[in-house]
Ligand binder design. Structure first.
Ligand SMILES: [Zn+2]
Length: 331
């Protein structure tokens, strides 16, 4: 029996990088993790990437001869077409790192390069929350709000590698909106990222009249607050926490409605810890139906679905492997 083609997917993050061999059906072998150690410089970084790939092959008990192609995902800012990391805030002080060509040369294999958010979308589209569809949009809720758009099976990279930057969808006016890390105001990320949610929770508590478990927790735990705590308290019925979470669902729905009007996807997938709660996704869906374009969100017999991302933190390397796989199937 012929064995399935295999790919190595590598997901480079600011703290660690993770890689695994993934077969043609999307099944991942044992993954390996190494420290990124950006302060050691980018040449060491490139060598660490190669070593992580080698260890992933070893963990799968395979050799380079078994591998059809390699895919690498890194945080932005990058030039996807050129395969170069330009100036990523998460990988300082690296600059202009020729990731794709270095790895292609080191292993002599076709090598795909993608930013991590797009790679996660490609992974979810292949074997996760968007599998079996033709078009999918992914929102990843974490420290920021990441995104990726797949239309007709292709990820939208855009002319400047900024396609699918869904965290910077404008949901409020720039003269009064919340300040975003990109320097602009009113971006979705400034409202719905995990850190934005805790910031809004603090404001909500300060203005809240009457008792709230959220404020009690905040006072008892040395002012420490996470999105998870807020979501847990909301689930337990605390009204103040509920308001914060409900507003978050509303903001995300505003982003989703913009995307629906732009690409009209089959499914919108939400990933990240916050999105794990069914009731939260149901709330987003409720707002999408209320505020989205009537035909795609409700009147169609197959309205846009809201789903949960299924690959968790494996989405990056599985997606990178999926990009490698697409490379071998082109033309
Ligand atoms: Zn922004």
């Amino acid at each position: 029996m012929a064995t399935l083609p295999k790919y190595v997917g590598l997901d480079v993050g600011g703290t660690t990088m993770k890689a695994a061999v993934v077969d043609d059906a999307g099944k991942a072998f044992l993954s390996v993790v190494m420290d990124t150690n950006t302060t050691d410089g980018q040449d060491v970084g490139l060598e660490t990437m190669c070593e992580t790939i080698r260890r992933a092959m070893a963990a799968a008990k395979l050799t380079l001869a078994d591998i059809a192609a390699i895919g690498v995902a890194t945080p932005g800012l990058g030039d996807i077409r050129a395969g170069v990391i330009i100036d990523p805030p998460n990988l300082k002080p690296w600059k202009d790192v020729p990731v794709r060509d270095h790895i292609a040369k080191a292993f002599g294999k076709p090598t795909a390069y993608q930013n991590d958010a797009n790679a996660a979308a490609v992974g979810e589209f292949w074997v996760g929350g968007g599998r079996g569809t033709r078009s999918m949009v992914l929102f990843t809720l974490g420290t920021g709000v990441g995104g990726g758009i797949i239309v007709d099976g292709r990820v939208i990279e855009g002319e400047h590698s900024h396609g699918g930057e869904l965290g910077h969808l404008r949901i409020d006016l720039p003269d009064r909106g919340r300040l975003c890390g990109c320097g602009s105001r009113g971006c979705l990320e400034a409202y719905a990222s995990a850190s934005a949610v805790t910031r809004r929770a603090r404001e909500e508590m300060a203005a809240w009249r009457g008792p709230t478990a959220l404020k009690a927790y905040y006072t008892a735990n040395d002012d420490e607050l996470t999105a998870k705590v807020i979501f847990d308290l909301a689930e337990r019925g605390d009204e103040c926490a509920r308001k914060v979470v409900d507003d978050t669902a509303f903001y995300l729905a505003m982003g989703a409605c913009s995307v629906i009007a732009t690409v009209d996807p089959e499914v919108i997938v939400f990933g990240g810890g916050m999105a794990a709660a069914d009731w939260f996704r149901a709330k987003i869906a409720e707002y999408v139906v209320r505020y989205g374009l009537p035909y795609p969100v409700a009147k169609s017999t197959t309205p846009v679905r809201i789903a949960f991302a299924e690959l968790g933190s494996d989405a990056g390397f599985i997606g990178a492997a999926a990009c490698a796989r697409m490379l071998t199937r082109k033309g």
